[in-house]
Design a protein around this ligand. Sequence first.
Ligand code: ADP
Ligand code: MG
Length: 276
Amino acid sequence: SGTGGANAGPRIVAVSNQKGGVGKTTTAINLGTALAAVGERVLILDLDSQGNASTGLGIDIEQRFKTTFDVLTGNAAILETVLKTAVPNLFVVPANSDLVGIDAALATDQNKAFKLRDAITAMIGHQRARDADTHFTYVLIDCPPSLNLLTLNAMSAAHAVLVPVQCEFFALEGISQLKDSIEQIRATLNPRLEIQGVVLTMHDGRTSLSREVADNVRAFFGNKVYDTVIPRNTRIAEAPSHGKPILLYDYDCAGSQAYIRLATEIMERERRYKAA
Ligand code: ADP
Ligand code: MG
């Protein structure tokens, strides 16, 4: 497994960028699928009130009995809310529009930024006590497009932040802000928080704009930027309406192959990092 020994606990990664439409949800779903395909046990936590990750994984609204809202408000343990997906080894805790009310629901809670961290810690404790073979090795948190209480919960719980950056003109806008926020969270809520990596999405190799943006992002983030670039690919955009990750919808397309390469690169980098 990519996370070391059986008792190491899952690698917890928040997929975050306060800009909307940059490929956060697409990356959570498809990176999760690719990791599961090579034998990791992956849990996706949908932390966006839009519930796009849940929908994209084929979970209908009526199936979302218990959601991340229930987890954050202490009404359900994570393991009571986990649903299977069509991908073996890939699981999801779904979300719905209840999350819109999270600020009000946690208004007087002294511990409001740590609800997810504590729920994940409890889950790991339960899994350890029960059955070593059912541990998750990765938890991917699909964050909303803002630095709100939900994102704070994700960053307090995570080991690292994975940042998808869309190859468009305004890509760098807000990215330095995100970097500052990560520094701030490290200084306050979560000293262990790292940048897992930066993945360029919706890249169009035919345009000089895409190439320029990619160069700028590499200049800003250095070797944190993955060599793997996710191309703009219409099959990726079609897949969610079929409730399927791209690897199930069209395994051979460029988008699927890119997410497989990304998963491989992430696991390879973690291995090297741990060996160093
Ligand atoms: P976010 O979660 O950051 O808001 P999404 O992952 O939902 O972003 O992506 C925004 C839109 O772009 C969605 O309609 C998605 O299907 C589409 N999309 C994402 N990645 C790609 C890609 N590589 N090629 C084509 N369309 C993409
Ligand atoms: Mg999203």
